[in-house]
Design a protein around this ligand. Structure first.
Ligand SMILES: Nc1ncnc2c1ncn2[C@@H]1O[C@H](COP(=O)(O)OP(=O)(O)OP(=O)(O)O)[C@@H](O)[C@H]1O
Length: 310
């Protein structure tokens, strides 16, 4: 086990604990997605693990050693970890290349230069090596901070919403390169997100926080197939949620159905098509079953009445 969080108790304000008895393990070389809506405690947990704040009780154990928090380190942060927070903390008067190379030794300048080039390629900033951070967009600054954190091959990398400032097209490329780099170098990664779709293919485990409580800790497949509650299901994307009453009325085996899990069929539950819109790889249909509105994806445009198979 690389990291163990045991019975962690933390509050910002007395008598209002954010975490009570929080437990979390990270294995070596594993990618863990830390998911939850804004304010659930993702950034706080990452800051505590990295050692930027003191916790009130419990233990954080890294490589078998108990961490002491800020009082344990002269320079804030654990040396074998790197944390990319939501403020990127770049050196404003040093170029992108110098920022990325900040933690790489100067002993072999040729290999340092090659490493910086490799990392700039990982984050898609090869053309920006000589630019100053102040002339970059928020998303570009975020990518410089990620490259700088990767530079020293930390045992553990903590990324706080690393894709939040990236546009759609960039996101795909960066995700692919970033996760491959992390895997190739056997780093452990704890990555926070409020959108699980962004990390699902790469994560070994999904850890879900709801108001500071860890409510689910499963593989991506298990989480997708059996979300613990409506909150978890919604983090996974657009979802149809059925009440117990609706479940028994429609004879359903579960509570949550993602739109692609409901099929148009020859027979089954009858529904009225309210809207059928082209959405690229599919049509997004709004249907009504009695008084219940559902969203279903189909290959063809729909109209009139259809039958659904759950
Ligand atoms: N410095 C602070 N003082 C007091 N309360 C705080 C402080 N920082 C955060 N909080 C509160 O702690 C809770 C958790 O905040 P945190 O930033 O960890 O959530 P988050 O899940 O990372 O949210 P986001 O995705 O918006 O960054 C929130 O209710 C927030 O208001």
């Amino acid at each position: 086990m690389l990291l163990e969080v045991k019975n962690l108790y933390f509050n910002y304000q007395t008598n209002q604990p954010l975490f009570q008895n929080l437990n979390l393990n990270v294995d070596e070389g594993h990618i863990i997605a830390l998911a939850g809506e804004s304010g659930c405690g993702k950034s706080t947990l990452l800051s505590l693990i990295y050692g930027l704040m003191d916790w009130q009780s419990g233990e954080i154990i890294f490589e078998g050693h108990r961490l002491l928090g800020p009082k344990g380190n002269l320079v804030p942060g654990e040396s074998q970890m790197k944390f990319v927070a939501q403020n990127y903390d770049l050196m404003p008067y040093a170029t992108v290349a110098d920022n990325v190379g900040k933690f790489i030794s100067n002993i072999n300048l040729k290999s340092k230069k090659e490493k910086v080039q490799e990392l700039l390629d990982v984050v898609g900033l090869t053309d920006y090596a000589k630019v100053l951070p102040k002339n970059l967009s928020g998303g570009q600054q975020q990518r410089v901070a990620i490259a700088r954190a990767l530079a020293i091959l930390p045992k553990m990398l903590l990324l706080d919403e690393p894709f939040s400032n990236l546009d759609f097209s960039r996101k795909f490329e960066l995700r692919d390169k970033l996760f491959s780099y992390v895997r190739q170098n056997n780093m452990s990664l704890l990555i926070s997100t409020h959108n699980l779709e962004e990390v699902l293919p790469w994560a070994d485990k999904i850890v879900v926080l709801q108001q500071g409580r860890l409510i689910q800790n499963d593989s991506p497949k298990e989480t997708y197939e059996n979300p613990y509650n409506d909150y978890v299901a919604k983090l996974l994307g657009e979802v149809n949620i059925f009440s117990e009453e609706e479940k028994s009325e429609l004879n359903l085996s579960k509570k949550h159905y993602f739109p692609h899990q409901i099929k148009i069929a020859e027979n089954g539950v009858e529904a009225v098509v309210l809207e059928s819109l082209f959405a690229g790889s599919h049509y997004r249909n709004k249907l009504r079953i009695n008084n219940k509105s559902v969203v279903v994806y189909s290959q063809n445009v729909l109209s009139g009445n259809v039958f659904l198979k759950f």
